[in-house]
Design a protein around this ligand. Structure first.
Ligand code: FAD
Length: 410
């Protein structure tokens, strides 16, 4: 950037998209600050895939080794019956991706920590705070916070997830952009009760799936519960209410479900949300823009949330650098470059639910037959490679020409 004073950018949200954006902005000479509502970096969440162009972005950040240190190393999944007997097994290698070309599966919390550690020395982090108002004029955006003193920034970016506060403040109610995919998902950490060795067990009932997989070198496990449902009326900040929804939905289920539910009340990293997509005609208004789930969540069913956030953050920062900080040019180019990937990921998520949590017993049986046959099918590569193909819909553009010495921590 030519300007001597780095452009100040406030980013709301410190999960995947926010720190990834700050990393690149810092490298191009901007001065990013991140505000995160949680009092500290949030742990928890599912294992997520870093694939395709998302892997390329991590490689360009110089973080591929760090990400691989946290690889889950999951070897495969068994679908079991109520007695725990495997009905079908699938090796992770069938979805040849994880491992190929640097692709990797990692716990969401671990990826967030790798990104945080790569940025915390250069980026200002404000934990335990939230934006309360945004007022824009020709010179910048005046921001008030719940706790910190109000300040002005040149640009503000919402990286605050599917229930984005920034989106609500600037673009309007969530309901205008939210598309319910018909499922809810919950995940939390338990002891490795089932003594799993880099393996996942899943048990289906019509329209429901309960599972457990070992995590962090088999020292712990994640319990997953997902179910088909029309939109539920609940407070997404009321964790106790959400725990009751999960417990009631799986109250009569067999297999190891009662043992997994015993750890629900104590779960500190409990996550529950609808599988939803965010669809917007624009991701920016004036000096304010959205990145990651806040602007274009593809739903957990897509398996592409981390990629979208990583690639979106990379392109947004790169286009801002390429436009010399001119947001009017950069925000439009950012959308133009990223939209094919967003559309591919959102389309990919359609129909995955019927495979994941089939709605009838006969469809569960049919899914298991398919899983058993998959390794022997001549077109297994097409099915197994589909997530990678989607993740490579667009390449990682080259913005190296705009890299400067990083700006000082604001
Ligand atoms: C704790 C947690 C668990 C998750 N578990 C799963 C999972 O199991 N499966 C799955 O598919 N996806 C999960 N996700 C979502 C997944 O991380 C995203 O789909 C994807 O990685 C995109 O990341 P993102 O950075 O755009 O949004 P997110 O990862 O959702 O991060 C948004 C961040 O913004 C913060 N934030 C929210 N409101 C405010 C505010 N008012 N002010 C400041 N900060 C705010 C949040 O605390 C969070 O750190 C989880 C997210 C979180 C935060």
């Amino acid at each position: 950037m030519s300007s001597e004073v780095p452009k100040t950018v406030l980013i709301s949200g410190a999960s995947i998209a926010g720190p990834a954006l700050a990393f690149w902005l810092n490298r191009y000479g901007f001065a990013p600050t991140i505000v995160e509502r949680a009092p500290a970096l949030r742990d928890g969440g599912q294992a997520i895939d870093v694939l395709g162009t998302g892997t390329e972005v991590i490689r360009k950040m110089g973080l591929l080794g760090r990400v691989h240190e946290h690889s889950t190393g999951k070897r495969g999944t068994s679908y079991v019956d109520a007695a725990g007997k495997p009905r079908a097994n699938i090796s992770s290698e069938v979805f040849n991706g994880v491992g190929a070309g640097g692709d990797c599966e990692i716990q969401r919390g671990d990826l967030a920590r790798v990104l945080y550690e790569a940025t915390r020395d250069d980026v200002g982090y404000l934990f335990g705070d939230s934006i309360t108002s945004l007022t824009e004029d020709e010179n910048g955006v005046h921001v008030t916070f719940a706790r910190a003193e109000s300040r002005s920034f040149d640009l503000v970016i919402g990286a605050d997830g599917v229930h984005s506060n920034t989106r609500k403040l600037v673009f309007g109610p969530e309901a205008d952009f939210l598309r319910h995919m018909g499922y809810y998902i919950s995940i939390y950490t338990t002891p490795n009760l089932l003594e799993l060795d880099h393996w996942e067990l899943d048990y289906n009932l019509p329209g429901k799936i309960a599972g457990s997989y070992s995590a962090r070198g088999n020292t712990e496990a994640k319990a997953i519960f997902a179910f088909e449902s029309a939109q539920l009326d609940y407070d997404y900040r009321d964790i106790e209410q959400q725990k009751r929804i999960v417990a009631d939905t799986f109250a009569d289920a067999g297999w190891a479900v009662p043992r997994l539910l015993e750890h629900l009340d104590d779960a500190e990293d409990f996550y529950f949300d609808a599988m939803t997509q965010i669809r917007m005609d624009t991701w920016s208004k004036g000096r304010i823009a959205l990145v990651g789930d806040a602007g274009y969540c593809a739903a957990p069913l897509s398996g592409q949330g981390a990629n979208l956030s990583l690639v979106g953050a990379y392109l947004l920062a790169g286009e801002l650098a390429a436009a010399g900080g001119d947001h009017t040019v950069a925000f439009a180019r950012y959308r133009q470059e990223l939209l094919p990937l967003v559309e591919a990921c959102q389309t990919f998520a359609e129909g995955v639910g019927k495979w994941y949590a089939p709605p009838t017993n006969s469809m569960i049986w049919w899914r298991d037959v398919n899983v058993r046959l998959l390794p022997y099918l001549p077109w297994r590569g097409l099915i197994g490679g589909a997530p990678q193909k989607v993740a490579r819909t667009i390449p990682a553009k080259d913005y190296r020409a705009y890299e400067t010495a990083p700006a000082r921590k604001p």
